[in-house]
Design a protein around this ligand. Structure first.
Ligand code: HEM
Length: 403
């Protein structure tokens, strides 16, 4: 019964500082650092110039010249996040270089050793993750100005012009739009604890309107991200070495492990925001199913503080059970509005994926005329999923949670 569950609720459920969630920025890193002092500035120098170095054919030689640095001199979390971001960009560029067949299977020790040590310290995998390229890869042009696309810049770029800027910043702005809904979570638990149905209903309406706002922001993707550039250029630099036929055994991190290691590429599936509201609303993918397994795996690509937050949310009293047990039509309606907002986000995302991956893949294979169907690689997301099957499954499971 709801009463029994709520009586065991903690007196005031709150978002703890240890979860690294900012009032305004949510899971995004507030005001990321942009520079590192000597000797780490050598990493920043290369990461800042990737498109030119790749174009000139100089990138790999420049990386091989780098001194092997100890990570002990990196001062504080923001410096470590910046170093992980810069090294992540460098590693992706080193492996994929011009984006053709010339793929590098071995990451040299001078970069592999500090990168893996830093990754271990941050609890992140040694590959570019969403927490790097989206959550920690931004600045405001005018620091006192608003958090709008026109007043923002990314810190590092891949080849492909402004496509990366569009993809990373729109993702960030979706995150921050939905972040306002995170703030409401403590109110939800408080209202459940006190059985204050009016407050709960209002809090759920707030969550739904923040999620709807996030969808409006998502629509900017078409303004700022060119589908051709995304498909043919950026996607390659975000690709990982797990389930990727170009690196079937994974990548050798020289001086770190004796055998190659496999890691999934950067994907917004590593964002905590969707998973956060799935957990809150009790939206569960089929246990043991491939989609659930993939999303669970993606959690290990999130910063540990955010994984812990999701875990603490999971261990909290169930909002869905509370709503079911109250049998209040208005409350149920408010809950359904939240689930519907998640369905709309996922529906919209499916259309975006169709335009940015599925259609360009089909066009490419028709141009090559070798086969009518896109290759196995083209049909996969940067996170390595069979796109349509996975995303349709996640969306239809979400819709099944409407009461
Ligand atoms: C050009 C734009 C985008 C494309 C082409 C795209 C593509 C994909 C693909 C292919 C996947 C499947 C996992 C993988 O293998 O990578 C995925 C998953 C996902 N993407 Fe995107 N994505 C885009 C933008 C976004 C944005 C802006 C967000 C929101 C911040 C987002 C959130 C997610 C989430 C949460 C998942 C996991 C599945 C789910 O929970 O519904 N994506 N995306």
């Amino acid at each position: 019964m709801a009463h029994d569950r709520t009586s065991s609720m903690r007196s005031s459920w709150k978002i703890d500082k240890k979860h690294h969630i900012d009032e305004d920025m949510g899971f995004a890193l507030p005001n990321p650092k942009e520079d590192l002092p000597h000797p780490y500035d050598a990493w920043i120098q290369i990461a800042k110039n990737l498109p030119r170095l790749i174009d000139d054919g100089q990138l790999r030689a420049e990386v091989e010249k780098l001194q092997e640095l100890s990570i002990e001199g990196l001062q504080g979390h923001k410096s470590e996040r910046l170093a992980h971001l810069a090294l992540g960009y460098i590693v992706m560029a080193y492996v994929w270089n011009k984006g053709g067949e010339d793929v590098c299977k071995v990451l040299p020790h001078n970069i592999a050793i500090p990168y893996c040590k830093l990754s271990e310290k941050l609890g992140l995998p040694p590959i570019l993750v969403y927490a790097d390229c989206v959550l920690a890869n931004w600045k405001k042009k005018d620091p006192s100005g608003p958090m709008t696309y026109n007043n923002m810049e990314i810190l590092f770029s891949f080849p492909g012009g402004d496509c990366g800027k569009g993809f990373f910043l729109v993702s960030l702005l979706v995150e921050t739009a939905a972040a306002s809904a995170i703030k409401v979570i403590p109110t939800i638990f408080e209202a459940m604890k006190c059985r204050d149905l009016d407050s709960l209903q209002m809090a759920l309406s707030d969550v739904a309107s923040c999620l709807n706002q996030a969808l409006q922001v998502f629509r900017q993707i078409y303004v700022y991200v060119d589908p051709g550039k995304f498909f043919n250029v950026l996607r390659i630099y975000l690709s990982g070495w797990k389930g990727n036929p170009q690196l079937p055994d994974g990548l050798i991190y020289e001086g770190v492990w004796d055998t190659p290691k496999k890691f999934a590429g950067g994907s917004a599936a590593q964002s905590s925001i969707f998973q956060c509201f799935d957990v809150l609303l009790g939206i569960q993918q089929r246990t043991g199913g491939e989609s659930a397994e993939f999303l669970k795996e993606m959690r290990t690509y999130m910063p540990p503080a955010h994984q812990e937050f999701l875990h603490s949310l999971e261990s909290s009293p169930s909002l869905r059970e509370f709503v079911c047990s109250e049998g209040n039509a208005n409350l149920q309606d408010a809950y359904n509005k939240c689930v519907n907002a998640m369905v709309s986000l996922r529906n919209y995302h499916l259309v975006v994926v169709d335009n940015y991956i599925v259609k360009p893949a089909r066009e490419k294979s028709q141009q090559n005329q070798a086969s009518k169907e896109p290759s196995e690689k083209e049909n996969k997301g940067t996170g390595g999923t069979d796109i349509k099957t996975f995303l349709m499954d996640v969306k239809s499971t979400t819709a099944k949670h409407l009461l």
